[in-house]
Design a protein around this ligand. Structure first.
Ligand SMILES: Nc1nc2c(ncn2[C@@H]2O[C@H](COP(=O)(O)OP(=O)(O)OP(=O)(O)O)[C@@H](O)[C@H]2O)c(=O)[nH]1
Ligand SMILES: [Mg+2]
Length: 205
């Protein structure tokens, strides 16, 4: 039997970045692609695409290599009409809001509805609070309380607090969603295989 160690299979998934204007979508994508913080991003006009490569050990001695095609849509209201087709075919989503700016939370329920109306059940979506570097020690308990309330209210358990400025939790967030995307896809293909073999068995009888 060949040894499975270091065997790497390649996958390509679509990851959508969602959220209001100025919450830090493009800055996150730039951090992922260049490893740097860009303090002077321009507002995104339409959609930008980037590739991010992630190596994951999904099981002991089983590695996969994932090409994430990251879709970044301008958060201005005038781009909202594209949203359903933007989301279609997504394998995962990061819904960003700025933890220092409560108005960026206002439309989170609409974003969630939009997501569930345009994706299959089970496709991972995370809530991501941005600009953690701007939260003071005094404000942190308030922010944590607010996150807890949002999770309950929106029914989303997976939440990450990130800073694209100092890099906090950026890698963890992307590795975690890549792993969840892989798990979901893997589960789905197993279910499809079971369905086909069941149909094959029926045909043979
Ligand atoms: N301090 C700090 N500033 C950030 C962070 N992330 C983004 N910013 C700043 O926030 C501003 C807006 O960031 P963008 O990434 O352009 O926001 P966006 O969500 O892509 O905005 P639209 O393209 O208009 O939808 C920029 O000035 C960024 O430098 C962060 O983690 N910390
Ligand atoms: Mg942008």
């Amino acid at each position: 039997m060949p040894k499975m160690q270091n065997v790497s299979r390649k996958f390509g998934y679509k990851l959508c970045i969602l959220g209001e204007g100025s919450v830090g979508k493009t800055t996150l994508v730039e951090r992922l692609t260049t490893g740097k913080f860009n303090p002077i991003t321009k507002m995104t006009i339409g959609i930008d695409f980037s590739m991010v490569n992630v190596d994951l050990e999904v099981e002991p001695e089983k590695k996969v290599n994932i090409d994430l095609q990251v879709w970044d849509l301008g958060g201005q209201d005038r781009f909202r009409f594209i949203l359903p087709s933007y989301i279609q075919g997504a394998d995962g989503g990061l819904l960003l809001y700025d933890v220092n700016w409560f108005p960026s939370e206002k439309n989170l329920p609409d974003w969630i509805d939009l997501w569930y109306n345009n994706t299959k059940p089970g496709i991972p979506i995370y809530l991501v609070g941005t600009k953690l570097d701007m939260v003071t020690q005094t404000n942190l308990p308030l922010v944590e309380q607010r996150i807890f309330e949002l999770q309950q209210y929106l029914g989303i358990q997976k939440h990450f607090l990130i800073s694209s400025k100092d890099g906090t939790m950026i890698e963890n967030t992307i590795h975690s969603i890549a792993r969840d995307m892989w798990t979901f896809k893997n589960q789905q293909s197993k279910e499809e295989k079971t369905e086909y073999s069941f149909l094959d068995a029926l045909r043979k009888t």
